[in-house]
Ligand binder design. Sequence first.
Ligand code: MF3
Ligand code: CO
Length: 255
Amino acid sequence: MREKALTKHQIELMRHSGEIMKQIFIGLRDVIKAGISTKDIDRWVYDYIVTHDCKPSCLNYMGYPASVCASVNDVVVHGIPDEETILQEGDIVSVDICVNYKGVHTDACRTFAVGKISPEAQKLIDVTKQAFFVAIKDLKAGNTVGDIGSRVQTFVEANGFSVVREMQGHGIGTHIHEDPGIPNFGKAGTGYKLHENMAICIEPMVNMGSHHIVIDRDGWTCRTRDGKWAAHYENTMLVTKDGVELMTLEDDYVE
Ligand code: MF3
Ligand code: CO
């Protein structure tokens, strides 16, 4: 797939798409609570996206039947929202969203706590998010995909968790998935070299137990093989000469 630098205009569209994404995550803080279904999340996000002149990129993408992925507890990614999956106090849910504004996409994910969660689950969420920030520290054009993977893997494993091997980050622009693939493991200094004005998604997917996954018979739902819980954190960013511009990070974010 193509891996061109984005034009100034495309970067502007991506910034706007990112603004919508940020507002969605801020809104979801109040939406997500015990007693709602994952379909309720999907409906809320769909409505937000379409009333803001955007489109949900995931809907019908390769046959995917919803606007978000809502992955509860042992579901790592690609959980399909439904009416039957009711969030319970103590659950965690990863909400992965892609927003298309005039043909340019952003892609981001947050794992939310439902009410009060266990310290172990909170650590999983925190380590997953911190792994992202470790990966982007001083990251700029000229770094490689292996630099990212190696940082994520080293940090996650030092905290006693594991990184999923089969799913990865990616380039993004006029398609949600573009080259290069960005694994959450690897060796520093190896692989594709990032260049100025390309946009990428870095997305640690972290398992509490072993890194192995299984896919349900629906062809989408990706779970941990051992049934232990998983978390996911993702942002879209523009790579620049001297850093990255985070397109989808909430303005009130505190590290
Ligand atoms: N953010 C998801 C990913 O990078 C995109 C999911 S859209 C779907 O895998 F259609 F595949 F669910
Ligand atoms: Co992604």
